[in-house]
Design a protein. Structure first.
Length: 255
């Protein structure tokens, strides 16, 4: 596969064609260590391209784990709030990136960002029932009746009935740092972990509301078979490895 130099640089950096051509003209973009033209053909598997001294490693698609803090919206643009794309460091910014599955503004945790539409559709498709796991805190304690109600599937209004979900008690935690819970035995509990297999609008908050409880804190910690990394601070992002991408698919349970 061969690509024009300016197009390859744009696809990997997010800069415009105009910006790429200007850097090429200034000899700040080099092909195999030498100045070249924007129209030069590049084989990403063989040739080396550098931008301002930094080598570009070609990837057809990017898959990124972001630990979203509160107050950030899962959108590509917003006139009022910061978006998940605003949090990406420059090496992970490129055209076409979008959040594959949204978290509301007041929910923390794992957001998957990618420019691979087919992969995102596979992960998000209701038919595939990819599991998502959250840590939560409620204002009123939960108990065994809530666990049973969620296990049976619960109506949340508007004609929506949730698939069975698993709710477990966990030890009290700090939602800014916790990426998993420590399971505990409890007659009643305000801190829990819940795993769902769909993604209705404000689903978990609505589920608890139907049980007479309000969610105080909510954090997504797992998508499919991939756990949010405890070493990834809030507001930061990192690229996924091929092994981690495979883990994302591990929770898929197609009809």
């Amino acid at each position: 596969m061969q690509l024009r130099l300016d197009r390859l640089v744009c696809s990997q950096t997010g800069m415009s064609r105009r910006e790429a051509k200007e850097l090429i003209r200034k000899r700040e973009i080099l092909l195999n260590g030498k100045p070249c033209t924007a129209e030069e053909k590049v084989d990403p598997q063989v040739d080396t391209v550098s931008v301002k001294g930094e080598t570009i490693f070609y990837r057809q698609y990017l898959y990124v784990m972001l630990n979203k803090p509160k107050g950030v919206v899962s959108a590509t643009e917003d006139e009022v709030h910061r978006t998940v794309l605003d949090l990406l460091p420059e090496p992970l910014k490129r055209k076409g990136m979008f959040p594959a599955g949204r978290l509301d503004k007041d929910t923390r945790g794992f957001v998957l960002l990618t420019d691979d539409g087919a992969f995102a559709h596979d992960i998000l498709s209701p038919r595939n029932h990819v599991e998502k796991t959250y840590l939560l805190q409620t204002d009123i304690p939960m108990d065994a009746s809530d666990v049973e109600a969620f296990a049976q599937g619960i109506a949340i209004g508007g004609g929506d009935v949730c698939m069975p979900a698993m709710l477990r008690a966990v030890a009290p935690l700090d939602f800014r740092t916790a990426c998993q819970g420590v399971y505990v035995r409890a007659g009643s509990f305000c801190y829990g972990e819940i795993t769902i297999r769909e993604g209705m609008y404000h689903q978990i908050r609505r589920m608890l509301q139907m049980r007479g409880k309000r969610v105080i804190e909510l954090k997504r910690v797992k998508i499919g078979g991939l756990q949010l990394l405890g070493s990834l601070p809030e507001g930061q992002a990192r690229m996924l490895t091929q092994e981690e991408i495979a883990q994302l698919r591990a929770g898929k349970q197609s009809d």
